[in-house]
Unconditional design. Sequence first.
Length: 156
Amino acid sequence: MKGSGFRRRYGDSPPHLLLLLCSFALTAYAGVRLLRGDWLGIALWVAGAAVVHDLVLLPLYGLADRALQRAVPAPASYVNFVRVPAFVSALLLLVWFPLIAGTQRRRYERSAGLSADVFLPRWLLITAVLFAVSALWLWVRTAMWRARERRRGAGS
């Protein structure tokens, strides 16, 4: 099969197809290994996570985003400087919630041999750093925009 005919039939290059098939094979292997234990519990967890995300979390994201857009009297692009660190912080909280909240402290300490007391302070520190970096980035962008506007005004 020629390259152009293959691309016309498949829609992309042969290496793309090979990479896609390899990723499917790796996913199938991981799925078989994962489901070897408690497959019903895992399937219920995945289905429940999808339902909770789509029916509970997604509407909450939307409401929080609309409230943020109405509360911040700034251009819409400035809202992203709050959205991004809030999203990353919320994602970290979601993933590490049992350890941040301390509900799985004993289990973690038994299996890892490490203290679980560090998760809440580290999550708070990461969240503060994310918002600080975002604020710094916004400040730099605003300063660059103002400098550009001054140069345009002086050049006219």
